[in-house]
Design a protein around this ligand. Structure first.
Ligand code: TYD
Ligand code: MG
Length: 453
């Protein structure tokens, strides 16, 4: 008999290895490779009997119209899903423990049930009585959603097959165990097998399956990067623990735009929708102060204004601090280098702290100009005009590049009471009533005009 092949799997990225190593060559993580039970090498190699016949693409036209999306009525959720839940789709919702995934999905299950969908919420982490208590606290005690407390995958699939719900929430994928695999719940093999069976079930039965996945401190869905490939949609639920704002962000979506966001506020009665996030993110803004710049950004299909805050202080360290929250630190380093090399504004010997107010995360390159403005304003201790918003990408030469959707950004700024915009001169925009537009060609002229340097 052939010796069973032992598999070693990286718990961070799911890559399999022939032998154990301290570091995974696939993702570079240390101490993440574990030994897993071998996959059974049963029969079924070789060619199978041809079961399905390929059909021509044009033949699809004669089939039924595409299934209608189910909407929950929670607008922030429906938009991130791309306009509602596609029947038979598999969705992964990832997030840090305690961020509010169970709360969000219990509310979503109840909302789908109230909208006429058959919804089931299966918890592997809490007993049904605890889930019911939570539902009562959230004012959902009377929603026609069915609850289950189960971790055995076979039992879950049997129940789902008997009940045939439209929507099934599985909280969480890490608690499931399949009796086909000899590995502990939460291990890569278990998570992969459970997710695979649930995704297959979703496709076969037309049930939309929403899987909850905890994220490790490195920001990956624990163990299984592999699950991300299996599902149709990956959503991340993020936010800072200390803030009440939570952002549901589409990371991948086969049925809608990626990088769409939904904004929620965690209240005593659960998650409340935030219909106007710009107003919320700017609500903490006080008097005009040095180091603060308002960025007119676009998140998915929606303009969102955020405040970039900078603090620059003399450093006592040999290599000064660069602390960045909510922005890409690589981009910040590039902007600091451009300011030094092209505009002769040195930051050597200075600690730099940057932050986006409200716990928001901004990844658009269009934020470059606002970041540079906040840094300069903090360094010179001169406040930027409080009625102005900024946007524009900075190139390595110090030139400013125009960004997309300038008009939407301007309209949102105008709606929130701003009357001036500072943007790259090549921006194609007609102008918006009541907005003064300052066009600048490069970072050097911006430094000169705004700070008189
Ligand atoms: P939870 O949904 O259990 O998080 P996850 O499933 O992502 O681990 O949320 C837990 C946190 O949410 C907990 O710290 C308390 C807070 N919370 C509220 O502030 N208000 C509420 O109505 C509820 C249900 C939870
Ligand atoms: Mg939970």
């Amino acid at each position: 008999m052939a010796k069973p092949i032992t598999a070693f799997t990286c718990t961070a990225c799911g890559a399999s290895h022939r032998k154990w190593a301290g570091r995974c060559d696939a993702c570079g993580a240390w101490n993440t490779i574990i030994e897993e039970a071998p996959l059974s090498q049963g029969p079924g190699r070789g060619l199978g009997t041809l079961k399905g016949k390929p059909i021509p693409l044009s033949g699809l036209a004669t089939q039924d119209a595409p299934p209608r999306r189910a909407t929950s009525g929670i607008a922030e959720l429906d938009r991130v899903l791309g306009g509602g839940l596609v029947p038979g789709s598999a969705i992964l919702v990832g997030g840090d423990p305690g961020i509010g995934k169970s709360t969000l999905l219990l509310q979503a299950a109840a909302a789908f049930a109230r909208a006429g969908q058959q919804a089931i919420y299966v918890s592997g982490e809490e007993a049904s009585a605890q889930v019911r208590l939570r539902a009562q606290r959230l004012g959902l005690g009377d929603a026609p959603v069915r609850l289950g407390a189960e971790t055995a995958l076979r039992d879950i699939l049997t129940t789902l097959d008997a009940e045939r719900p439209d929507v099934a929430v599985i909280d969480s994928i890490q608690t499931l165990w399949s009796d086909r695999i000899e590995a502990a719940p939460g291990s890569v093999a278990q998570v992969r097998a459970s997710a695979h069976e649930l995704v297959t079930f979703a496709k076969r039965r037309g049930t939309s399956v929403i899987l909850v996945g905890h994220v490790t401190k490195e920001g990956q869905i624990a163990g299984p990067r592999v699950v991300e490939h299996m599902v149709d949609t990956v959503l991340y639920f993020e936010g800072e623990r200390g803030h009440q704002f939570r952002i549901l962000r589409a990371h991948k979506n086969r049925f809608g735009p990626a990088d769409e966001i939904g904004v929620f506020e965690m209240t005593g009665g659960g998650l409340a929708e935030v219909a106007n996030p710009s107003a919320l993110f700017l609500s903490e803004r006080g008097e005009a102060s040095a180091g603060s710049a308002v960025f007119a950004g676009i998140e998915g299909t929606r303009p969102v204004l955020t405040e970039v805050q900078a603090l620059v202080a003399p450093s006592t360290l040999a290599s000064p601090r660069r602390t960045v929250v909510g922005l890409d630190s690589g981009r910040v380093s590039t902007i600091l280098a451009v300011l030094e090399a092209r505009c002769a504004v040195p930051f050597a010997g200075l600690d730099v702290f940057l932050n986006v107010a409200g716990g928001m995360r901004v990844s658009e390159p269009a934020a470059d100009l606002a970041i540079a403005a906040a840094l300069l304003s903090a360094r010179e201790d001169v406040a930027l005009p409080p009625e102005a918003v900024l946007f524009g990408e900075i190139s390595l030469s110090g030139a400013l590049r125009p960004v997309a959707q300038a008009e939407n950004r301007l309209k949102e700024a105008q709606k929130l009471g701003f009357s001036r915009a500072i943007l790259p001169s090549a921006t194609k925009v007609e102008g918006v009533a009541g907005m003064r537009i300052d066009r600048i060609a490069d970072l050097t002229s911006f430094v000169g005009e705004t700070f008189g340097a």
